[in-house]
Ligand binder design. Structure first.
Ligand code: DGY
Length: 295
């Protein structure tokens, strides 16, 4: 359980460095309460939406994060969710364990083809690109939507399209953008209206990119076929969330980077960032590099 703000503060008083998780809210009030001796924040995550970067920059505090080392593990989990949703793996498991498996039926538990289908990545940074690379093995067409159009060498076979086109044409829509003011609830009712009724939404990025009420309505009404989520809004999901009543939802507890090797690499990178920050040298991965700008 993440420490409540008062407990965090009690531990931090007098510290020169703060090693944070994305479950900790790091804002100006916390920074001020910790005191002017705080020289570095090092977060063991790539996403830093829990940290007020402007507040850190204004106080000259570099913020470390851990991009790169969790790319492949997170892409693997996006694919685990995609395949589980397409082939109803979790539902099948529940069915067998509850004693439902009595015979074989040609029309029983039909899923969706993955091979040859169209995958859309909304956000095409490191993780989106890693998800797209895996799609080649499944003979998929890949579209991506994001403001920046990539050079062919970076985009591979993936084609840049407007978000609306991606939503209309894709069988699988996978989210890979950071959470910020522009992306909060970026996928809501108007976006679900554009999607195929057979579409599957996969979210391994941040829960609040999707409007949870709109998602629930889209799944309940069959507006889309399935959602596979590793992240929710709020997080953890509330046990009385209507989403948890739905068979067309597959859910995991924010474990995209949760492999032994990846978590080791994240911890080491977070330690390197912390040590650099304490030593007053440029950290390997800084989320607010403008803090180093001269003047
Ligand atoms: C991150 O790094 O931002 C993840 O969500 C946790 O691995």
């Amino acid at each position: 359980m993440a420490p409540p703000p008062e407990a965090l503060l009690a531990q931090l008083a007098g510290c020169a460095g703060l090693l944070s998780l994305f479950t900790d809210r790091v804002d100006g009030a916390l920074l001020d309460a910790v005191g002017p001796q705080l020289r570095v924040v090092s977060q063991m995550a790539v996403g830093v939406d829990n940290i007020d970067l402007d507040a850190c920059t204004a106080r000259g505090i570099p913020v470390g994060h851990t991009p790169g080392v969790l790319t492949e593990a997170t892409a693997d989990l996006a694919w685990a969710l995609l395949l589980a949703a397409a082939r109803r793996v979790v539902e099948g498991e529940r069915y067998v364990r509850s004693g439902g498996w009595k015979t074989w039926d040609p029309l029983f538990m039909l899923g969706l083809d993955v091979h040859g289908a169209t995958l859309g990545c909304v956000g095409f940074g490191r993780i989106g690109q890693a998800v797209a690379r895996r799609a080649q093995g499944f003979g998929m067409r890949v579209l991506y939507a994001q403001p920046r159009v990539l050079a062919a060498a970076e985009a591979g076979a993936a084609q840049h399209v407007p978000l609306e086109t991606l939503l209309r044409e894709c069988d699988y829509v996978s989210l890979h953008m950071p959470l910020n003011a522009q992306t909060r609830h970026m996928i809501g009712t108007p976006q679900f209206e554009l999607m195929k009724r057979s579409a599957v939404l996969i979210n391994t990025a941040r829960g609040a990119i999707v409007d949870p009420q709109a998602l629930c309505a889209a799944l309940q009404s069959g507006r889309i076929a399935h959602a596979a989520l590793d992240v929710t809004d709020p997080e953890p999901i509330l046990m009385d969330s209507p989403l948890l009543q739905l068979d067309n939802l597959t859910i995991t507890p924010h474990v995209g980077s949760a492999t032994l090797q990846t978590r080791d690499r994240m911890a080491l990178l977070a330690a390197d960032n912390m040590l650099a920050g304490l030593a007053g040298v440029r950290m390997p991965h800084c989320a607010n590099p403008q803090v180093y700008a001269p003047g």
